[in-house]
Design a protein around this ligand. Structure first.
Ligand SMILES: Cc1cc2nc3c(=O)[nH]c(=O)nc-3n(C[C@H](O)[C@H](O)[C@H](O)COP(=O)(O)OP(=O)(O)OC[C@H]3O[C@@H](n4cnc5c(N)ncnc54)[C@H](O)[C@@H]3O)c2cc1C
Length: 378
């Protein structure tokens, strides 16, 4: 195996696997490095499913990127022969002033995304498994849905390998140096040289991007996903069940329709404990993880058992403003990175993978990612 390639992609998780596929399709020699197997459960891309939606309440600028992401997800499904994206719809609930409702309406209006506005009465008639608090309204996005997360990562890696990429698993990257023309990547099993480096290291980004001037502190948060048993088929995807996201006064809670007819996956988007070392994150379920979710279930989802029967621990890597950081290294043009995906990045992996591949090969991209650059922290 060659120790000199055109591009090394450091981390073949959500974003790295997508970037690897993009680069391999363009015919360059590319090597993906990861400590763990594609689809592993030690980082941020596991736990069965991820929400995908377009009326983006976090910031309308993401919508054009999402449109491209939808196209790329369909292409990946075609290429891999796997069903990865299910557009079962999503209900966003809160008071009219809350971000999920007001922000979704704003993004939909600016970019012409199809949404439906429902009153509390209309929403509970349509989804009898939900009990909406007083003053709540619902925005329904019919073309939102979910992605199968581990299958998506594996599909990107498989497509990359079929297009000629090399992947080395079980290699821990210890550090890298660049002289502007060549990047030398030091691993626990030797050294590799590349013309360019793409760093997509998820919760480990801070450790591998220490030399990036102006990169703000990225805070890693422990997040717990739970699966609770259903009491009837109110949430079943086969009965019209959709994804849901609620801005409650206590925090934001979200979940998925029941895919197996037995459980619903549910989690709190807000909160989470700071993680010092991603490899040492507490993976056991704590009473403090369960309490807020159970309280939400008791208040809003009467057809669900309040206690979980399964859980998974995952990590968000937060930027200071909760927006992604995708850019070139300010000093070394041949080092590019994507970091700080702040708990909402997965749906974007193919389009950000495309942007990173553009940056690595051309030094620029036509995709509208300027708002995600480092410059905003200057
Ligand atoms: C609980 C939870 C729920 C979420 N829900 C949603 C959602 O509904 N919708 C959505 O769009 N997004 C969601 N997200 C966010 C999304 O999943 C993440 O933004 C995305 O998966 C992050 O991908 P990544 O490539 O940055 O990290 P990862 O997929 O973790 O990849 C990083 C990779 O780098 C490797 N690596 C790191 N350091 C080294 C090293 N030194 N040597 C070798 N390999 C290394 C790791 O092993 C890992 O494989 C959620 C995240 C979590 C945790």
């Amino acid at each position: 195996m060659s120790d000199r390639v055109d591009v090394v992609v450091l981390g073949t998780g959500g974003f790295g696997s997508a970037c690897l596929a993009q680069l391999a399709r363009r015919g360059v020699s590319v090597l993906g490095l990861d400590a763990f197997l594609p689809g592993h459960d030690r980082g941020s891309s596991h736990g069965d499913t991820r929400i995908i939606r377009q009326a983006y309440f976090e910031r309308p600028d993401y919508v054009p990127l999402l449109r491209r992401a939808y196209e790329l997800w369909r292409e990946l499904e075609f290429e891999s022969g796997r069903a990865l994206m299910n557009l079962c719809g999503l209900m966003l609930a809160g008071r009219p002033v809350d971000e999920a409702v007001s922000g979704s309406r704003l993004a939909a209006k600016i970019h012409g995304v199809e949404i439906q506005n429902l009153s509390k009465k209309e929403a509970t008639e349509r989804w009898p498994g939900f009990q909406l608090p007083d003053g709540f309204e619902v925005v329904h996005e019919p073309t939102a849905g979910f992605l199968f997360v581990e299958d998506s990562v594996r599909s990107h890696v498989d497509c990359a390998v079929r297009a000629g990429a090399q992947v080395r698993i079980g290699k821990r990257v210890l550090g890298w140096t660049s002289n502007g023309r060549t990047v030398t990547i030091r691993t626990d099993k030797g050294t590799i040289e590349a013309a360019s480096l793409v760093v997509t290291a998820g919760a480990w980004a801070s450790q591998l991007l220490q030399k990036v001037p102006g990169l703000p502190t990225l805070q890693v948060l422990r997040k717990v996903l739970m699966w609770n048993r259903v009491r009837n088929q109110d949430y079943s995807i086969d009965q019209g069940g959709c994804g849901f996201l609620f801005n409650m006064p206590e925090g934001t809670f979200y979940g998925f329709p029941s895919l197996d007819g037995a459980t619903v996956k549910i989690a709190e988007h807000t909160g989470g404990q700071v993680v010092a070392d991603p490899l040492q994150v507490e993976r056991r379920l704590l009473p403090s993880d369960v309490a807020p979710v159970s309280e939400f279930v008791r208040a809003v989802m009467p057809s669900l058992e309040p206690e979980p029967v399964r859980h998974a621990t995952c990590m968000y890597t937060m930027s200071p403003d909760s927006h992604f950081i995708v850019d070139r290294h300010p000093e070394f043009a041949n080092v590019v990175f994507g970091a700080g995906f702040s708990g909402h990045g997965f749906k974007f992996t193919p389009v950000i993978g495309e942007a990173l591949a553009d940056l690595a090969l051309e030094g620029a991209t036509k995709l509208p990612i300027d708002f995600l650059g480092l410059r905003r922290f200057a």
